[in-house]
Every structure is written in structure tokens, then in C-alpha cells.
Design a protein around this ligand. Sequence first.
Ligand code: GTP
Ligand code: MG
Length: 467
Amino acid sequence: MIIGNIADRIVRGVETVQEGVNEALFEPVIRVGITGLSRAGKTVFITSLVANLLDRGRMPQLGASSAITAAYLQPQPDDTVPRFDYETHLAALTAPVPHWPDSTRAVSELRLSFKVQPTGILGMVSGPRTIHLDILDYPGEWLLDLGLMEKSYSEWSESTISAAKSRDQSAEFLTHLDAIDAHAKHDEQQAKSLAQSFTTYLKAAREAGYSDCSPGRFLLPGEMEGSPVLTFAPLPSSEAKRGTLAREFERRYEAYKREVVKPFFRDHFAKIDRQVVLVDALGAIHAGPKAVEDLRRTLSDILGAFRPGRVGRLLALLGQRRVDRVLFAASKADHIHHSQHPRLTAIMEALVRDARDRADFAGATTSAMSIAALRATVEETIDHNGETLDCVRGRTSDGKQAAFYPGELPQDPSHILTPARKGAEKWLDGDYEIMRFEPARLTLKPVEGPPHIRLDRAAEFLIGDKL
Ligand SMILES: Nc1nc2c(ncn2[C@@H]2O[C@H](COP(=O)(O)OP(=O)(O)OP(=O)(O)O)[C@@H](O)[C@H]2O)c(=O)[nH]1
Ligand SMILES: [Mg+2]
């Protein structure tokens, strides 16, 4: 067995049955996971989604809107998970001089509850029902760690060192590694400095666009920074005796799997019913073909976590419910004119096609969309030397308004994906610009949430059928 012990399975089993009974009889819970690589737009997405579900004036595509008689925030069920700081993030977006919320680095959760009046015959005989929506924000990087569960320390060391040897960023770490005697007595200073070289290499590799840079917490340590579970590195393998550095690193690697990776999958991932994967495709296109190819590979690795054969084996043991809907959303679509949105969606679909074909998501329904959780721009068509250009206008960081022409995305996504796969240095068809707009100043009517693009469709896909 790869994961878990029997006691664990039994406890989860009982919990699942209990939850199942509660939900069927009383108050159903929908658990939606929101993930994506860092800066993909998770925090803004959740903040705007919640604000727009509380005040549904801008949610015409959410069919069940009219059946919702009340929506309110409630204490979340998990006492040990930080609460998603909705109020602070919303305050940032709706301040007199609005600004984007700060970066978040760990998992957080929020519970939104609805009172729903059933329609039709059921509605005549029954009163309103309560339905809970538990939203979980977690870094996509963490899903990459799943691969570690299948590897022993020596297997992991071997593959990690061999990958490092093919990358320019590893020179210092490899020199350091050469100078280390893995079979000498464990010395904490030495352990720490080798782990530091390894972490520095991982970060540099990540920055250079490599996707396979696990353990994920080495890049996003959060409150575990400096702890022994994050103080190890790969070592050339051979029998390790007690008290040696190699034995200690092996122990810490196993601890990382047991104390960091497994709890995340067991306590969070395994409980998700529906998943949003946010992707900053425009940002990657702007950065160039290499960034697009890296994004495609990383997404494919991340989505491997949903592959039934793989995680299925692991999670079946943990009593996982099946993720039955996955939404792939290209975020920040307000950077381009709406006439370009179908092209962005097509690129999004192409980016995840491989992963989708391989994973098949265990029969889950998937959908791709272009969205903007918070619309920061308005559209404008301007004449430029006799040509009409579809622009977007927004507030720049110096407080001024600027109109901006981002260039045109190709009709055929392969014009993006193929050069990316072939390792092209830059785009042939011209450049795709992007401009960082600040959030627009808002004056909201009482029944309205912040302006968005297709957030209501996203909500309909994610929870519409359950309301
Ligand atoms: N124009 C526009 N920009 C957005 C939108 N959503 C996110 N952004 C931009 O993307 C940045 C990152 O958004 P976040 O929601 O903080 O992303 P995140 O995935 O939570 O990032 P981390 O917490 O750092 O992992 C923001 O600071 C904005 O600059 C959107 O709907 N429209
Ligand atoms: Mg965030």
C-alpha cells in the first residue's frame, strides 16, 4: 500500500459515512477547490465570486439565482484551516483607491451558505433548504508533490540529481553535493547548508521555467520554513547506516511525505467535489513561447493529480469523493477585447488537451472558459492611422486612464502551442502585449457585486445544478 495505514482508512470511512448521512438528510455541502499556479488569480476569483453570490445582481447566468432567498457567510467546518480572509481582500478591491489583494501562500477556506426555496411541486410542500458552499483556496504547486508518494528516498534522489545535472541552475548545488560525504555522521549545520543550496537551485530552476520543481513546499514553505521536514536534499544512493546524513535525510523525506503531502491530500484534496483550475494564459503568452510550453507541462503535471489510475489508488483508500466537474478558466480576460475571448478559450482548451486526454478526469464533466473575476477595464475602439483597433481602457499604477491595444490572438491555437513546443525563442506573428491595470473605482448598488466577465457562467457550471 502506498499511502496510509489501516486505522486511518477506518476513521475516514466512518467520517465519510457520517457526512454522507448528514448531507443527504439535512444540509448538503458542495466543496469547491480553487487552484492554479501562483499569481493565477485565485484570491481575486474567490473574493469576487463570494461578493457576487452574496449580492446576485450581476449573476444573470446563474439559473438558480431567483430560487436563492438568502446567502450569508458562516463559520467554516474545519477549525484548523485558516479562514479565507474575504473581508480584507474585498476591502482592497473596493477601497476609494482600489488595489489588488496581497499574495497568499497557503491553503484557506470559506463557507458560504444559501437558503434556497425549491420551485415546482416540491416548493409548494417544503420550506426553504439550506445548502453550504465550502470554498478551498490552495496552491497548484502542491499538487506536484503527489509524485513523491510513489517514490522512495533513493528513487527520488536519483531522479532529482539526474534532472539537476541537465539544468544550468544546478552548478552550485552539484558542487556542494560533491563535497559532501553522505555517510559521515549527521551534522545539522552541514544538513542545513546543503538543503539551502538545493532550495536555491529549485527556485532558480522554477524561475527559469522548469515545472518539475518539487518538493513544492521548498518553493512555498509558509509557516514550515526552516523546519526539519524542509531541511533535506537528494543524495547519491547507497546503503545508509544509522546516524549518517543519508539516513537522516531519508527520515526527513519520509516525514515530508507523511506530515506534509499526505495530510494535504487526505484533509483537503480528497474532499473536493468540484474543481476550478485558474490559468494565467495571457500572462504566459505575453512572456513568450518558453513560458507557454512550461505552463503546458506544469498544467499537465498538476492535472496528473486528477488521473484516476494514479491518485485514484491513493485516494480510494482515503475515502475520496469523486471530483465530478472541473472548470479550466483562463483568468484576467478583461485584458483583451471581448471579440478575442473565443480565441483565448480555444488556447486554454489546447493547453489542457493532453492532460485532459490522459486523465479523462474519471468521467468528470470539464469545461473551459475565459473569465475576469474582477473587470478592471472598459472596451474602446479607436482609429489609428486609418485602422480601427479594439482596445481596452483602464487605470494604470500612476492613477491615470490609458487605452491599450494588446495585439490579436491567433484564430488557430496551434499558432501558439506549436512554436512553444518546438522551443521557439519568440512569436513569429508579432507580440502579445499585456498591461497591468489597477482595479477600477467602484460604486456598487446594494444588490450588486463587483463587475466581472462570465463569473456567473462559471458559478452556474460549478454549483448551478446543486441549487
Ligand atoms: N485585470 C485583472 N487582473 C487580475 C484579475 N484577477 C487577478 N488579476 C491580477 O493577477 C494578480 C494575482 O491575482 P491573485 O488573485 O492574487 O492571484 P493568486 O493566484 O491568489 O496569487 P498567489 O496568492 O500569489 O498565489 C492580481 O494582483 C492582479 O494583478 C482580473 O480578473 N482582472
Ligand atoms: Mg492568492
